[in-house]
Design a protein around this ligand. Structure first.
Ligand code: AMP
Ligand code: MG
Length: 292
């Protein structure tokens, strides 16, 4: 199954989240069956990241967006932790700092956008400026409504500069969110994740759905597509995201750069150094024998 086709938001189509079943698992059925496949995709991602880094001409930006407890952190932990830290980074977008708020809304995103050869994951992103900002009326309608075009221009610019962009919306149901909130309460190792706003934000679910639908409708493009990932089942979410990331990287035409040196000449130097080492070694042995 090509999940890139199945879950992509076709540019220009109106997103209706109610049409996407967050519990969907296709014919995969079980976690156990999916695990080896997830493993395979994660290994592909890791190998391709090495190539991306070596190649040094392109980059990858992965945007993760979702309502609370949908699994943004889980995706980072399960799918991106095997990549070489030299060449990968994750940036979490929080409430803007004073410095960030004093700039245009794309400034902090641009600052963290991947350099050539890098993979960057945005855990939340510049999209918060048309999501939380819209839902909580943190900016006027006349301000946030112009941001979709600005985001499209920004992402087009990154893409023209060699950045592949993938945007994932992790889609869960309110019931699953509540059950994950319960786990957070019951499990001391998860309690740190609880925030007061979890519950107040939950009450704004329909407003967030509207904001997400508009954002995805207006900003899914060929070069920066949105994918709506059924995420009630964590393993299915991981399977789909890992396959889409690996397939996208595989389509980037990455290759090891050709060497910048004359290999024949270097071989020559190597053999000379090897001969030198042997002669030097024999000489040292003789000196050693003399002393003893
Ligand atoms: P978390 O992802 O749980 O660490 O929470 C980060 C919080 O920062 C969320 O409540 C986001 O909605 C909030 N946040 C991120 N970006 C913005 C923004 N541009 N304006 C206001 N709040 C934001
Ligand atoms: Mg949170």
């Amino acid at each position: 199954m090509d999940y890139r086709k199945k879950f992509a938001v076709e540019p220009g189509t109106k997103v209706r989240l109610s049409k996407v079943d967050p519990s969907y698992t296709g014919k995969h059925g079980t976690h156990e069956k999916a695990l080896p496949e997830i493993q395979k995709h994660v290994e592909r991602m890791d190998k391709l990241q090495y190539l991306l880094y070596a190649d040094g001409n392109q980059s990858l930006l992965v945007v993760l967006q979702a309502l609370d407890a949908a699994g943004k952190d889980g995706v980072v932990r399960h799918l991106f932790s095997g990549m070489n830290p030299q060449g990968t980074s994750v940036f979490g977008f929080k409430q803007p700092s004073r410095d960030e708020a004093d700039h245009d809304f794309l400034w902090r995103a641009h600052l963290r956008a991947p350099a050539k050869g890098q993979v960057v994951v945005f855990n939340r992103s510049h999209y918060e400026d048309v999501l939380v900002v819209r839902v909580h009326k943190l900016a006027a309608h006349s301000v946030w409504s112009k941001r979709y075009d600005l985001i499209n221009d920004f992402e087009t610019m990154l893409s023209l500069n060699g950045t592949a962009i993938l945007k994932f919306f992790l889609h869960i149901s309110p019931e699953v969110q509540l059950s994950r909130f319960k786990q957070r309460v019951d499990d001391p190792s998860r309690q740190w994740k609880i925030s007061e706003s979890d519950y107040s934000e939950r009450e704004l679910w329909p407003q967030y759905v509207d904001a997400y639908e508009d954002a995805m409708t207006l900003t899914s493009t060929k070069h920066a597509p949105w994918y709506i990932i059924p995420s009630n089942h964590k393993w299915f979410r991981n399977l789909v995201v890992s396959q889409i990331v690996a397939d996208t990287m595989a389509a980037m035409g990455l290759k090891l750069p050709s060497t910048r040196v004359d290999i024949a000449d270097i071989r020559h130097k190597y053999h000379a150094a090897e001969r030198e080492r042997k002669v030097g070694g024999q000489h040292q042995m003789k000196e050693f024998a003399k002393v003893n």
